[in-house]
Design a protein around this ligand. Structure first.
Ligand SMILES: Cc1ncc(COP(=O)(O)O)c(C=O)c1O
Length: 365
């Protein structure tokens, strides 16, 4: 592909020696399960996010499920989130046996609409999952205001796309009762395989999640809870520690790339914007246009990577047909699904490549 959507190779080549040394050290130590790298990464990630606790787990999907379970969510509870997201934001609700309530987005941020959230709260609501989509934080204060004085409702951030993003100066991961991160290959902070992390505000919740990730045990072969096997791999943790040192620099590069795209595209498509209270980390750079498919065809012809995040919103997926939410039930979500298109975005993208992508987009229009 002339310009891929994401290129992982360039970064790997830059870090190759450091990564190989860290792999060698981890393998030589043979402490390969919840060893020194996982412990160190947990403490470094907690401090990076300014969160009291961080717990490494198997992937972002399990981070969401274990966090919900650790927060005490289960059968009979309603959990409110969006349908304009990756399905994991909703799968986790099913995994703990709770009931999903899917609401519409705010079209400016692509994140949960505080008004729709307020309307969806019932006496059975026990949790809200704001998704910081595309790397832009959800409006957490307005979500809190919608929840009001309901102390029985917890907030779990889905921060799988928002490593390092800030809301009113505070890092995503420190804004709710807990947050779930993914370290999947293409994320802003990514390992070379699967990985995830939960940040948590409360000591007891953190202790419960720590047990849940290893079969409900704090002490080997003593099981206080029915848990899972969801451990962050020591080799992934070793890579993630190396990459964490570069995360801010890489996020800054993404912001600069976004600015260069925006300069050239703002007059022909709707470009992504950051609210004045947000520090966006552009996990993806996603434009909006009623001519989305024509633009995608032009990029395809020019051998330029592109993707639609997300073409079928969760409420219209066969997997959740039991919710009975047909087309028309979430108008802003459905409109966004028809119009969004993500362009190539990764820290090592060059100015010339961005200009080439912009020329192809403009040519299509
Ligand atoms: C918004 C969102 N939530 C959750 C996840 C799940 O993360 P993982 O793929 O690590 O399970 C993803 C990953 O793609 C995501 O984008």
């Amino acid at each position: 592909m002339a310009i891929p959507l994401v290129d992982l190779r360039i970064q790997y080549e830059e870090l190759r020696d450091e990564v190989m040394t860290a792999f060698g050290e981890a393998l030589d130590s043979m402490q390969l399960v919840l060893g020194p790298n996982v412990r160190a990464l947990e403490s470094e990630w907690a401090s990076y996010c300014d969160a009291p606790h961080a717990i490494g787990v198997g992937n972002g999907t399990e981070a969401l499920s274990l966090a919900l379970k650790g927060l005490g969510i289960g059968p009979g509870d309603e959990v409110i989130t969006v349908a304009f997201t990756f399905i994991a934001s909703v799968e986790c609700i099913y995994h703990v046996g709770a009931t999903p309530v899917l609401v519409d987005i705010d079209p400016d941020t692509f994140c949960i609409s505080p008004e729709k959230l307020a309307e969806a709260i019932t006496p059975r609501t026990r949790a809200v999952i704001p998704v910081h989509l595309y790397g832009h934080p959800a409006d957490m204060d307005r979500a809190d205001a919608a929840i009001g004085d309901r102390d029985d409702i917890v907030v779990l951030e889905d921060a799988a796309q928002a490593h390092g993003a800030r809301y009113k100066g505070a890092r995503c991961g420190s804004l709710g009762d807990a947050a779930a991160f993914s370290f999947y290959l293409s994320k802003n902070l990514a390992g070379y395989g699967e990985g995830g992390m939960i940040t948590a505000a409360d000591d007891a919740v953190s202790d419960r999640i720590r047990k849940l990730r290893v079969h409900g045990s704090a002490e080997r072969y003593c099981h206080d809870l029915i848990g899972y096997n969801s451990r962050l791999d020591e080799l992934q943790a070793a890579v993630l520690r190396i990459k964490l040192r570069r995360l801010d620099e890489w996020n800054e590069a993404r912001r600069q790339h976004a600015a260069r795209y925006t300069e050239q595209l703002a007059d022909v498509v709707q470009v992504p914007t950051a609210a004045d209270w947000a520090e966006h980390v552009y996990h993806v750079y996603t434009i909006r246009s009623p001519q989305r498919d024509a633009i995608a065809d032009a990029l395809e012809a020019a051998d330029i990577g592109h993707a639609v995040h997300y073409r079928i919103p969760v409420h219209l997926q066969a997997a959740v047909s039991e919710l009975g939410m047909g087309p028309g039930s979430l108008p802003e979500t459905e409109r966004a699904s028809e119009e969004v298109l993500s362009l190539p975005m990764y820290p090592e993208l060059t100015g010339d490549q961005i200009d080439e992508v912009c020329a192809a987009v403009r040519g299509a229009l």
